[in-house]
Design a protein. Sequence first.
Length: 70
Amino acid sequence: PDPILARYYANLELPYGAGLSTVRRTWRRLVKKYHPDLHSADGGKKRTATELLQGLNRAYDELAKHLERK
């Protein structure tokens, strides 16, 4: 397995090789759970949530591109 793709799957808490629909569903669930607007009262948590959300978005974008090419 590709180590970079494996890291993206791990970021989304998915097993390596999950399909596009599973990746999309999991990404949406995690975005709702960790969205920075939910942590707006605490500045530190909001910053952490923003960084986490950026990582989730990057992982989703890269996996979606890879899976659509397959």
